[in-house]
Write a protein that binds this ligand. Structure first.
Ligand code: HEM
Length: 60
């Protein structure tokens, strides 16, 4: 997960978890849909907390 994920929409993060993206494999068979959406919210929370620390703040 890099700063590029700041620019992704929630559905794009969900799809990246489900189907994989680039060199990251798919996790759709390991994580139920409800938990995948919870991961999206968790990643957003981590992004909020990292704002100002890493200088990776992006306009959403
Ligand atoms: C549930 C756990 C995970 C979540 C929520 C997650 C989430 C994400 C997201 C949102 C992206 C950005 C994809 C995009 O730009 O569309 C990403 C990229 C990536 N993830 Fe994960 N990931 C998870 C597990 C893993 C694991 C286990 C690995 C390694 C074994 C991994 C390796 C990578 C790599 C290498 C990328 C960059 C892909 C590329 O740009 O080629 N991820 N991840």
């Amino acid at each position: 997960m890099s700063e590029t994920a700041f620019k992704l929409r929630d559905g794009e993060i969900y799809h990246s978890i489900t189907l994989g993206f680039g060199s990251m494999g798919a996790h759709g068979s390991q994580i139920i849909p409800d938990d995948r959406w919870k991961l999206v919210l968790y990643l957003r929370k981590l992004q909020e907390e990292s704002k100002g620390i890493q200088g990776t703040e992006e306009k959403n």
